[in-house]
Structures are given as structure tokens and as C-alpha cells.
Write a protein that binds this ligand. Structure first.
Ligand code: ATP
Length: 300
């Protein structure tokens, strides 16, 4: 289990993370979300023991993380930090040996993952000759080569096309089934909704949303109704509990304060012609984020 307890991290006088707490249990995928500069990478550096918190502590199975845990943890950092003049094989031998692995095991696992990601032909190619997406795969392989119990992934999906992204997600899900702990960061809030159950959303170093995604959405009461029908926008806008109506090219989106106003909207839509859609959905994480930070940021 990984426990982050009331962590505060300062760079000089600047507080990058404050009062941050969360727990990750074996078999959990945890999302550390937030816009650029929110404090995600800083949090990871604290988790990895690279930065010492000014307050609080991080415990990995009840003990402080240190170099002695290196062979149980995999860390994929945000920047592409690969030694680009090395070949894929040389690079993985380097990283694997840093994690106290035997050469034979490194090569065996490397061959497995290269084949899994369909890039076996790059084994003896220099990193700099690989495309960005393939470099990212190598970075990912270097984080998982030691079959870690705790996998820390800083923005693993940024810049990936949907096929590569789903390949990464499939591997991460397999790791989850094996009981590993996975924590990843992302600045794309809605991107991860279907992917992890527990989240923290950071804003300026503080957690503004946290917990089980479904519970977060439930607690946020506001709902969206998608409608396809010949409706009168003015009438919709004046119904009880409706706070926003958006007309798209092919549907009307009605925002309501809570589920008690669904019936009122439904009663009106029933009186309209050509009704083909009436669909109620929970708010997205982006909407919840905007509401929590006071609508200062319109787009996340
Ligand atoms: P991004 O999504 O852009 O990577 P992030 O959420 O990972 O952002 P951090 O990199 O943790 O954010 O940065 C949090 C804050 O701390 C930012 O305001 C950043 O400018 C500041 N910061 C990060 N590293 C340092 C440092 N070494 N010295 C001083 N300030 C820093």
C-alpha cells in the first residue's frame, strides 16, 4: 500500500503541493489529475523519495521509500529522458541493471514487451532513430522491465495516438489484475474517467476534488440532459432547475441543478414534436473542476 499523508513540498518560498493525502492499495489504478503546473510531477518526485517533503510523509507498505525499493518500483517520467545514442537493447540493459536485474532476465522481458508492442525490429536500433510514439513505448518498457509492484507514470498518454494509448491501457489493466499499484498523472481530466476509479484533482498544489470518481459525480448533483426534439429554447430556459441550455447542431443540451428537475424537463419535452433522444448523464470531471474553481477556467 502507498500512503501519502498530509504532504507539503516547497521550492524555496513557493509551496508547490500542500496538505495532500491519498492512499493506493494493491490492484488500484489511481489518477493524479490537474492542469499544467498543478503539482503532479512534484508529487511523484516526493513519492519516489527524490524530494523531501517539508511536512507529512509518504509510506510504502508502512516504510519510507528509498533506494532499497528501487527493484519494486517503476517510474516513467514525463520528459523523454532516454539516452538517445544508445540502442533499445543497450538502454534497457542499463535501466534493468540499475534495478539489480540479471542481464538474461532483462533481455527475456525486453523481447517479450517488444513483441507485445509490435516493435521487435527496433531492438538494435538507436533510440534517436525511433518515432516519438515508439520512444514512449521504450520509456514505458523501461518503467515496467523490473515487473514493479508500484508503477508511477507521469503523463504516460500524452502525445500517444488512440491505438498506442489503448495498448498502454491494456497493459496497465493487466497489471491491475495482478494486484500491482498504479498511479498516473494526466492534465486531460475527461480522458481518464473510464480508466481509474480513484482520483485526486490538484489545482495550485491543493486537492480540490478527491475520492471515488462515481462518488465525486454523485456528490456533484448537477446533471446534463441531451435532447433531440423540436423544442423551444426559451421554454426550456425558464423551466425550474434549468441553469443553462446549449443548442448544438444536432441536439439541445440542458443543464439542471439536480435530479429532482428531470421530470419537469421530461414533461415539457413530451409535448414537443419529433422526440428521438432524451438522455440524462452525470457531469464530466471537467465540468466539476470548472465549478469548483469558480468558473475561472472555462476549458481544461
Ligand atoms: P505539468 O502538467 O505542466 O507537468 P505539474 O502538475 O506536473 O505540471 P509541477 O511540475 O509539479 O506541476 O510544478 C508545480 C509547480 O512547482 C509549478 O508552479 C512549477 O513552476 C513549480 N516548480 C516545479 N519544479 C520546480 C523547481 N525545481 N523549482 C521551483 N519551482 C518548481
Amino acid at each position: 500500500m502507498l500512503e501519502v499523508n498530509n504532504v507539503e513540498l516547497k521550492y524555496g518560498d513557493f509551496t508547490a503541493v500542500q496538505n495532500l493525502s491519498f492512499t493506493i492499495k494493491p490492484g488500484e489504478i489511481f489518477g493524479l489529475l490537474g492542469t499544467n503546473g498543478a503539482g503532479k510531477t512534484t508529487t511523484f518526485r516526493v513519492i519516489m523519495g527524490l524530494l523531501e517533503p517539508s511536512k507529512g510523509e509518504v509510506l510504502y507498505f508502512d516504510k519510507h521509500v528509498g533506494y532499497h525499493n528501487v527493484d519494486e518500483i517503476g517510474y516513467m517520467i514525463e520528459e523523454r529522458s532516454l539516452l538517445t545514442k544508445l540502442t533499445v537493447k543497450e538502454l534497457l540493459l542499463f535501466f534493468g541493471q540499475l534495478k539489480n536485474m540479471e542481464k538474461e532476465l532483462i533481455i527475456k522481458r525486453l523481447d517479450y514487451w517488444l513483441e507485445h508492442f509490435g516493435i521487435t525490429e527496433y531492438k538494435n536500433k538507436k533510440i534517436k532513430e525511433l518515432s516519438k510514439g515508439n520512444q514512449q513505448k521504450i520509456q514505458f518498457i523501461s518503467a515496467i522491465i523490473n515487473d514493479p509492484k508500484l508503477l508511477v507514470l507521469d503523463e504516460p498518454f500524452s502525445g500517444l495516438d488512440p491505438i498506442n494509448m489503448s495498448q498502454f491501457i491494456e497493459v496497465i489493466r493487466t497489471f491491475q489484475e495482478q494486484g500491482k499499484m498504479i498511479v498516473f498523472s494526466s492534465h486531460q481530466l475527461d480522458h481518464v474517467e473510464s480508466f481509474c476509479e480513484k482520483i485526486v484533482v490538484l489545482e495550485k498544489g491543493e486537492a480540490i476534488i478527491e475520492g471515488d470518481i462515481n462518488q465525486v459525480k454523485k456528490d456533484f448533483e448537477k446533471l446534463t440532459i441531451n435532447i433531440k426534439a423540436d423544442v423551444d429554447i426559451d421554454v426550456l430556459e425558464n423551466l425550474d432547475g434549468v441553469y443553462k441550455v446549449i443548442k448544438n447542431t444536432n441536439k439541445v443540451i440542458v443543464k439542471i441543478e439536480s435530479d429532482k428537475y428531470i421530470d419537469g424537463v421530461f414533461d415539457y419535452v413530451k409535448t414537443c414534436e419529433n422526440v428521438t433522444l432524451f438522455d440524462v448523464e452525470q457531469a464530466s470531471l471537467s465540468e466539476i473542476f470548472v465549478a469548483k474553481v469558480g468558473g475561472k477556467r472555462e476549458k481544461v
